[in-house]
Design a protein around this ligand. Structure first.
Ligand SMILES: [Fe+2]
Ligand SMILES: [Fe+2]
Length: 179
């Protein structure tokens, strides 16, 4: 027989009593193990990264359309859309944890891990996007390791985003190799 070690789980009566305390904290319960301030800070710097990436990809999309580089332009537009979805997921999680998502444009490039580089030629644009994706991949991987088992929901959000950033990096590397 498999020992499920259920003795480590909190007894139901304690769970029920705890849930009634601090109901104003919504999804954040007493069993929340992570350092909430720290997690919100990481979510906000990641939100800044995503918003900077939206802006950079948008610029590249419109510039590449002018260069009649349609394959790259399609990818830029798709990535811009997906980075926007990542930003929304992060902002939503910040609010669930009782924080405030930072959308102040003056702070975005300072808080972002990835940079906003305008890029002139198509090759420069793709290169900068590839670099930005690689920065995102590394920073999200580290954040996931930092969170560990302390906040599974936030970790899953980062894991889903990380998987897509790896695809983005791969897309940009393919285009870069073809230029
Ligand atoms: Fe993203
Ligand atoms: Fe990305």
């Amino acid at each position: 027989m498999i020992d499920l070690e259920t003795s480590k789980l909190t007894p139901v009566d304690v769970l029920r009593a705890r849930a009634r305390q601090g109901v104003e904290n919504g999804a954040v319960t007493e069993g929340y193990d992570a350092n909430r301030e720290e997690i919100i800070k990481l979510l906000n710097s990641s939100l800044a990264t995503e918003l900077v990436c939206v802006l950079r990809y948008k610029r590249h999309y419109f510039m590449a359309s002018g260069l009649k580089a349609s394959i790259a332009a399609d990818e830029f537009l798709e990535h811009a859309k997906q980075e926007g979805e990542h930003a929304d997921k992060l902002a939503e999680r910040i609010v669930q944890l009782g924080g405030e998502p930072e959308f102040n444009p003056d702070l975005l490039s300072k808080n972002s891990h990835a940079q906003y580089v305008a890029g002139n030629s198509l090759k420069e644009m793709v290169y900068e996007d590839l670099v930005a994706e690689r920065i995102a991949v590394d920073s999200y991987r580290e954040i996931i390791q930092y969170i560990g088992d302390k906040d599974p929901t936030t970790r899953r959000i980062f894991e889903d985003i990380l998987a897509q950033e790896e695809e983005h990096a791969d897309d940009m590397a393919d285009i870069y190799g073809s230029l």
